[in-house]
Design a binder for this molecule. Structure first.
Ligand SMILES: Nc1nc2c(c(=O)[nH]1)N[C@H]1C(S)=C(S)[C@@H](COP(=O)(O)O)O[C@H]1N2
Ligand SMILES: [Mo]
Length: 230
């Protein structure tokens, strides 16, 4: 049973609830707006507790992953690079790539889905975002995470999806170091969110208690859905 069907039958709504990324709500935008906060909380909870099935290594589709960058490829020197983790944390961090390499390394084969209508199965390797956040010690008051990227891209996520074990800060793609065009040295990868949530070239992570509704994300601020769950 797919997670979405399971949730819908659990709620006894006969499939009328729109859950996350899909814009096709049969009850129209007003109802979608009304049910959205509830759906987001339920879906975030589901995502924290349920592992998304992964694909096999031989199912990766290297040619299907299109490069999608709104502002070119920023230049980043890996030797001097460090990832900032700050905001509502006990120990703000500046993590070099060497320091990130000391954390447990994970691999997963998942489907990347772009809202523009293409998808690709990709093998990602890197560290769990949750491990990085735990290193900094997230405050109990935190609920959101913001990501800054070297190309000026900006994203915000709910903390629960950020802490999900299948949300990675990837340094590897399809068995090789992450290419510059795909976000080297550090990008988000997760089977839980649409492509535009998966920031490339991440330089800073800010842990927040609330979101600024004027600054939800590069595409969200132009009308794209914020939760963007898969
Ligand atoms: N920093 C940054 N991250 C980004 C983007 C971008 O333009 N800049 N594009 C997003 C979109 S819309 C998609 S589909 C994926 C594409 O990742 P890829 O270029 O590795 O295929 O990156 C996402 N992350
Ligand atoms: Mo995308």
């Amino acid at each position: 049973m797919k997670r979405r069907n399971l949730l819908q039958s659990a709620l006894g709504t006969g499939g009328l609830l729109s859950l996350g990324g899909c814009a096709l709500n049969p009850l129209g935008p007003e109802v979608a707006q009304l049910t959205r906060p509830l759906n987001e909380r339920i879906e975030a909870w589901m995502q924290t507790n349920v592992a998304v099935p992964e694909f096999a290594q031989n199912q990766v589709e290297p040619a299907a992953l299109l490069v999608n960058s709104f502002n070119g490829v920023p230049e980043i020197n890996p030797a001097s690079f460090s990832l900032t983790v700050d905001g509502l944390v006990q120990q703000p961090q500046q993590l070099s790539l060497g320091a990130l390499g000391q954390l447990p390394q994970q691999e997963m084969v998942i489907r990347h889905v772009c809202v523009e209508g293409w998808a690709a199965i990709v093998a990602w390797g890197g560290v769990r975002l949750g491990d990085v956040l735990r290193l900094a010690g997230v405050s109990p008051l935190a609920g959101y995470v913001a990501f800054e990227s070297a190309d000026g891209y900006f994203e915000t996520w709910d903390l629960r999806t950020a802490l999900h074990p299948q949300t990675l800060l990837a340094t590897q793609m399809n068995g090789a170091p992450l290419p510059a065009a795909n976000g080297a040295p550090l990008r988000l990868a997760s089977p839980l969110k649409l492509g535009y949530k998966l920031s490339k070239w991440i330089t800073a992570i800010h842990v927040l208690s609330a979101l600024n509704p004027q600054r939800l994300g590069t595409w969200e601020d132009q009308g794209y859905e914020w939760f963007a769950g898969l």
